[in-house]
Design a protein around this ligand. Structure first.
Ligand SMILES: Nc1ncnc2c1ncn2[C@@H]1O[C@H](COP(=O)(O)OP(=O)(O)OP(=O)(O)O)[C@@H](O)[C@H]1O
Length: 682
C-alpha cells in the first residue's frame, strides 16, 4: 500500500490502514455512480466504522476522566460517541455537552442525532448557539458552540449541570476552544477537590497534535478509531494557480459537465463578497449551458447568513438539479452535507492576524490553509459514498503548508478573551492554564486596551475588573462595542447605537452586484451620509424599518433583506441585555451628532488621522492605513475618523468609518491622546 507522509495524523498512528487513495493529475476521472439506495437510519449507524469499536470504546470511556479520541473524518465520532455514552448510562446524573467551534455544525449535528434517536429536536437532543436555545428540561445531549459553554461558565464555573463535556474539533483552536480547555480543566479539578460528581472530558478531532493535547489534559490516554467508511480521491493541479477564483469556476463547470446530476459540489472559499460574486457568475453561466448539462442551484454559506439561510445547504437539491455550495471554512469541520460528492478546495481562508509588537492592530487577511484544514475540507466529501477532492494547488504547495493552524489565541487581539476570563473570576490571566500561552506582549497590549476602555484598573500590581468592565462582559461582543453601547445612554442615543452595533455584527446588509454598479450608486445616494458609513447604514436601517422590511423595497435599494432580518434579531438580544443592566433606552431622533460623539468615545482606539500627503495614520500604532474604496468617505478624506476593522490586501484598509472631531477624541481619552499625539483642542 502506498504510504504518504502527509496523510492526516489519525492514519500515521496506524500504518497499513489506508483511507485516502492519492491519484494525481487525473482530473475528470469519475467513479461509476452507485444506485440511490436509501438505507434506514439504524442501518446507517451500524455501518459506521466506529460501530465495531463501540463496546471497547464505551468500556474505556467509562473508566477514564480524560480521553483524547482521534478518528478519521466521517468515522462517526461526533454523532455516535455522545449517543453511546448516553445509551450506556454514562453521565446520566447530568447533561452531556458536545461543543463545536461553529453554530452551523452545532445545529445540524443536533438535528441529525435527534433524528437518529427518533426524538423531536429540543427534547432529548438539543442545541444552544449565540442567539438560539433549542433545549428543554428533558435535554440530555446538548450540542453547543464553545462560546456558549464559556458564557455558561461565567455563571457556573464548575459546570455543575454537566457530567460529560465533549470538546469536538479541538484542532481548530479558536480562542473560545482554547479558553474552554482551561475552564473545563479547572472545573474538573475543583469538582474533585470538593467531592462533587466528577466531570468527564473527552477531546476529539481527526487531525490534532496528540502529544500536546494528551500532555495538557493530565497525560490523558489517546484512543484511535481506525478506518473511514468511504474513500476520497485527491487531485492536485499541475501548475500553481494565479487566480483561485477562476480555477474554482472552471472546476465547478468541468464537474458539472461530466458528473451525474445527483453528485453535488462543495467549494471552499474565503468570504461573503467573493462567494456572492462567484454565485452570480455561476448562475449566469448555467443559464447559457446546453440542456444536456442539466440545471444547477447555487447556494452560498458563510457565517453572517441568517441561521435559516445557512441550513438551506442541508436540503436536497430539487430532483434532477445539481447543488453547488460555495462556503467559507464554516463548512470545514463536523458537517455532513448530504449529496456532496465533490469538494473543491481553493486552499485559501480569511483569518485574523495580530502582531502586538509591529502593527498592534488586528487585521483580517486572506492566507493559505494549514494541512489540517485541507484534510478537514477533503473530509466533507465521501460521507455517504466515495468522494473526490480537487485541490486547486499543486502537491508541492500542499507539502509546504503549515501542519496545523496557529491557535487563534496567538494571532488575535486578546482584549475580549481577557475580559471574559476576568468575568470568570480568573484574576491572573498571564498564569491561566493555556495550552499555548499567548505572548506576554499580547497580554500586556490587551490589558492596556482594557485599561483605556475603563474595563480594568491596576491596584498594587494587580489588574482588577472595574464595575464598568463587569457590565461590558455581559455583552457577547468585542469590548469596544460593549463600551459604546454602555456609553450610549449618556449620549441619549442607545437605540441608534444598538442598531449600528447590530448592523456591524452581520457581515454586510448591502448588496453590490458589480454588473449593476450605476444602479447601486443611484439607489444608495438617498442614504449616503457625509458623516460616514455608520451613519449611512443607520439611514438604510431606519428606511428599512419605515417600510416594514418590505422585500420589494430591499430589492430596489440593493439591501440584503435576509441579513437585515438577522440585524433585528441581534438587536432584540442586545436590547434584552441592556434592560437587564437597567440601561436607559432612548432615541436621539434626527439629531445624530451624539451618535458620532458616542462612537468616538467608544472606538477611540481605532482612530486615524489624515496626513499632509493625503494618507492616513492609525493613531494608536502609527501604522499607515488607507480608506477602503467601499467607504462613503473614500473621496471626502476627513481629518479624523474612527474605523471598525482593518483588512489587509494589497494595503492595509480601514473599513466602516465614521467622521469624528479631534475634540471628541480628546474628551474620550485626554491623557492617552495627549501622550500619543500631542493633539490640541481646536
Ligand atoms: N446529517 C446527516 N445526513 C446524512 N448522513 C449523516 C449526517 N450526519 C452524519 N451522517 C453520517 O454519519 C457519518 C459520521 O458523521 P460524524 O459527524 O459523526 O463523523 P465524524 O467522525 O465526527 O467526522 P468529522 O470529524 O468530519 O466531524 C457521516 O460520514 C455520514 O455518513
Amino acid at each position: 500500500m502506498p504510504h504518504d507522509p502527509d496523510l492526516p495524523p489519525a492514519k500515521k498512528f496506524k500504518p497499513g490502514s489506508v483511507f485516502f487513495r492519492l491519484e494525481k493529475n487525473k482530473p475528470g476521472m469519475l467513479l461509476p455512480r452507485k444506485g440511490n439506495v436509501t438505507t434506514p437510519i439504524e442501518v446507517q449507524r451500524k455501518q459506521l466504522p466506529i460501530y465495531h469499536a463501540r463496546t471497547r470504546l464505551v468500556n474505556e470511556l467509562r473508566q477514564l476522566h480524560n480521553a483524547i479520541v482521534i478518528g478519521e473524518t466521517g468515522s462517526g465520532k461526533t454523532t455516535q460517541i455522545p449517543q453511546y455514552l448516553f445509551e450506556a448510562g454514562i453521565g446520566r446524573q447530568g447533561l452531556i455537552a458536545i461543543t463545536q467551534p461553529r453554530r452551523v455544525a452545532a445545529i445540524s449535528l443536533a438535528a441529525r442525532v435527534s433524528e437518529e434517536k427518533r426524538t423531536q429536536l429540543g427534547k432529548l437532543v438539543g442545541y444552544t448557539v449565540r442567539f438560539e436555545d433549542v433545549t428543554s428540561p428533558e435535554t440530555k445531549l446538548k450540542f453547543m458552540t464553545d462560546g456558549m459553554l464559556l458564557r455558561e461558565a461565567i455563571g457556573d464555573p464548575m459546570l455543575l449541570r454537566y457530567t460529560v463535556v465533549v470538546l469536538d474539533e479541538a484542532h481548530e483552536r479558536t480562542v473560545h476552544t482554547d479558553v474552554l480547555f482551561g475552564v473545563v480543566k479547572s472545573a474538573q479539578r475543583r469538582r474533585r477537590e470538593l467531592n462533587k460528581i466528577p466531570l468527564k472530558v473527552i477531546v476529539m478531532s481527526a487531525t490534532m497534535d496528540v502529544d500536546l493535547f494528551s500532555e495538557y489534559f493530565n497525560k490523558s490516554p489517546v484512543l484511535y478509531l481506525e478506518g473511514r467508511q468511504h474513500p476520497i480521491q485527491i487531485y492536485y493541479t499541475k501548475q500553481p494557480q494565479s487566480d483561485y477564483l477562476q480555477a474554482a469556476l472552471v472546476s465547478v463547470f468541468q464537474i458539472h459537465q461530466e458528473a451525474p446530476q445527483s453528485h453535488d459540489i462543495l467549494v471552499f472559499m474565503t468570504g461573503q463578497e467573493e462567494i456572492e460574486a462567484l454565485a452570480r457568475t455561476c448562475r449566469d453561466i448555467a443559464k447559457h449551458l446546453p440542456d444536456s448539462c442539466g440545471p444547477m442551484v447555487v447556494i452560498p454559506l458563510y457565517a453572517s447568513l441568517p441561521p435559516a439561510q445557512q441550513l438551506r445547504v442541508f436540503q436536497p437539491a430539487p430532483k434532477g438539479c445539481r447543488k453547488v455550495i460555495l462556503a467559507t471554512n464554516i463548512a470545514e469541520t463536523s458537517v455532513t452535507i448530504s449529496g456532496i460528492k465533490y469538494v473543491i478546495d481553493t486552499g485559501m481562508v480569511k483569518a485574523k492576524r495580530f502582531n502586538p509588537g509591529e502593527s498592534g492592530l488586528e487585521v483580517l487577511a486572506v492566507q493559505r490553509v494549514s494541512k489540517a484544514q485541507a484534510w478537514q475540507r477533503a473530509g466533507r466529501a465521501g460521507r455517504e459514498d466515495a468522494g473526490f477532492c480537487y485541490r486547486l494547488y499543486t502537491e508541492q504547495e500542499f507539502d509546504n503548508l503549515i501542519p496545523t493552524t496557529v491557535p487563534e489565541i496567538q494571532r488575535c487581539n486578546l482584549a475580549g478573551v481577557m475580559l471574559q476570563l476576568m468575568a470568570l473570576g480568573i484574576p491572573d490571566v498571564m498564569n491561566f492554564d493555556f495550552m499555548s500561552k499567548p505572548s506576554p506582549e499580547a497580554v500586556r497590549s490587551a490589558v492596556e486596551h482594557l485599561e483605556l476602555l475603563g474595563a480594568v484598573e491596576r491596584k498594587d500590581a494587580q489588574v482588577l475588573l472595574t464595575a464598568l468592565g463587569k457590565r461590558m462582559a455581559s455583552f457577547p461582543l468585542e469590548p469596544r462595542y460593549a463600551k459604546t453601547i454602555l456609553l450610549s445612554a449618556d449620549f441619549s442615543c442607545s437605540e441608534e447605537i444598538l442598531s449600528i452595533v447590530s448592523l456591524l455584527s452581520v457581515d454586510t446588509v448591502l448588496f453590490n452586484p458589480s454588473a449593476r454598479r450605476d444602479e447601486v450608486l443611484a439607489a444608495r445616494k438617498k442614504f449616503t451620509s457625509s458623516e460616514g458609513d455608520h451613519m449611512t447604514l443607520l439611514n438604510i436601517y431606519r428606511a428599512f424599518k419605515k417600510v416594514g422590511g418590505n422585500k420589494e423595497w430591499c430589492r430596489e435599494n440593493f439591501v440584503n433583506s435576509r441579513n437585515m432580518g438577522l440585524v433585528k434579531d441581534v438587536q432584540a438580544q442586545l436590547r434584552e441585555i441592556c434592560l437587564k443592566l437597567n440601561l436607559k433606552l432612548e432615541s436621539c431622533g434626527a439629531d445624530t451628532g451624539n451618535v458620532r460623539r458616542c462612537l468616538a468615545h467608544g472606538m477611540f482606539i481605532n482612530a486615524a488621522e489624515l496626513q499632509p500627503d493625503g494618507s492616513y495614520l492609525a493613531l494608536d500604532t502609527h501604522q499607515a492605513v488607507a480608506i477602503h474604496p467601499s467607504s462613503v468617505l473614500f473621496q471626502a478624506k476627513p481629518a479624523y475618523v474612527v474605523f471598525n476593522e482593518l483588512l489587509h490586501t494589497s494595503r492595509c484598509y480601514m473599513r466602516d468609518l465614521c467622521l469624528v472631531d479631534a475634540d471628541w477624541l480628546l474628551d474620550a481619552a485626554p491623557e492617552y491622546f495627549g501622550r500619543k499625539l500631542h493633539l490640541t483642542r481646536s
